[in-house]
Design a protein around this ligand. Sequence first.
Ligand SMILES: [Zn+2]
Length: 660
Amino acid sequence: MKEVDVILSGGSVATMNDGFELFVHGAVAVRDGLIEAVGPSDELLTAYAADEIVDCSGCAVIPGLINAHTHAAMTLLRGVADDLRLDVWLMGYVMPVEQAFVRPDFCWLGTQLACAEMIRSGTTCFADMYYYEEAVADAAAQAGMRAICAETVLRFSTPDALSYDEGLEHTRDFILRWKGHPLIMPAVGPHAPYTTTADLLRACAGMALELDVPLHIHIAETAQEVEEHRAEYGMPMVPWVKKQGVLDAKVTAAHCVHLDEGEMNTLLHHGVGVSHNPTSNLKLASGFAPVVPMLELGLNVGLGTDGPASNNDLDMWEEMRLAALLAKGVTSDPTALPARQALSMATIGGARALHVSDSIGSLEPGKRADVIVVDLCRIHNTPRFERDRDALYAQLVYAAKASDVRDVMCQGQWLMRERNLLTVDEETLTAEATGIARKIDTFLIQREESVLSKLLAIGQVAQEKTFEVQVKVHLADATPVESLLQNSEILIVKPSLRNQYDTYFLFNDPYRSRLRYREDELLDEDGQVRDVVYRLTLISETKEREYARSVLLSRSRFDAPATRSLRFYHEYFDPVNEVAVHKQRRRYRIRYGGTDFAINLDRPNKPELPGMFLEIKSRTWSRQDAERKAELIGELLELLPVEKPEFVKQEYVELAIETD
Ligand SMILES: [Zn+2]
């Protein structure tokens, strides 16, 4: 009799091999971390002697589940912000919190917490993409789990790299240190086409090929991203990614929700694996991935939970069930994506999608011993039928729950026995995670208190103090301004014509903050739009003094480029009120008394107001200079051929800007 370490005996063994072989009273023999044999229980028990024989009667014995796409450490952001649109959720909440909190110890703790949850639910391998992947890899290895760890590279600064060059260097170091580890496979993770550049993708692909590691990337998750890509590059996303050489690497593409048939064929020809993430796609309303066409075409499609901040758990049983149910609903075909295929996607299909099916994904001699035992005797699994052997798959996918997982083994090492975790300390992890959550709560509460801090969290707002002197006069028509500009002491430097569409968000905060979103269309003399600039300006009134004909305001202003949509800002800032002001502005840059001024002549369209508004203003770095400019503005007003100008307000504005 041949010696082995463990025999899992008496359960229904679903091998998930090419022939989907099932052994109703089956057994799996494990030796030195590998599967030695799979077959009928009685045969294995006579052929092998084992140190440990585990009774699996009443249970299913299946390959450990493979989570093909996640961001494990985001367990610590689970529930931080929900029921929001992807951009508001990601750019407004997740990324600012990550910038403030994500450090190696955060990633280690978050990953260990994730490992505890994954082991409990029968996952033995996960494909990760996050920051400080070294900490992720270490946490997974200590938990005894298998992981493909892709270090995220972005075109902008991340919690672990100030630039993408640094990110690439860092990724290379990480890969070189971890390559060859028995449980961890390091990888390159260019986040997505919309968060990288052509050069960056080329560099990542080059590195993956040179170091012979996989490449993990998000592809076509939302319709918006795909449309914007097409508008920017004039071609669909997959051919563009291919052009950068990415598909020459061993690629796993997460999501692939919005692909056309040609793109699916391209992925197939390049052996790209796909991770389908049904819960995340549903929760963020990203759409329905064309899973049935992808599978029919022969693409390797695995299942992933995506990060636990957009799911909000790491439960592969939910993903299996949802994948099967969604495919039926979307195609109006109840025979689409049957249970066996769903289980296959969570096991061997996931292994193929991750390019590791030679070593894991099925119960076959020679493969790594990643095995789980699922209790099928609990009430929601009762009774069981034996007429149709495939009923086992339906039972696992449609009735079983994550909490039915009884025992978990990875590479021959027990990670859970009789629902007791053996490699991670749940109590300590829970206490530490709760501590981090309180800190993040405090951070967000403070940030939400002020419109400025919310603006600072998402915008590239640099703070610099300048002063602005400004006067605003109401006029019946443009005639007085035209004659003012004919004055020989005034030099017109640069006239321009614009349409300005302003939306003011109003807030009930102590500073009476107003946030202006401006779409500034620069027109040529025929009225055609030459250029459009979007800006955000936060105005808070801090002081106010009234004179006979004017009002003196002291304000702080923060200015930033508006790189996202009005809808995004509306959802993110959540104002108490919103006011639209549209006007046509003729702007003259003039020089008077050796100083530059801007003269704006505004014709309001919305709300419709009679006449026009004249604005004369200038910006400067010092208060002293501002006072001199105020005097010059007074002189300009004297030159204005109007008997008694009706001042709207005279503003002496203290500014804090600028931006880039
Ligand atoms: Zn993701």
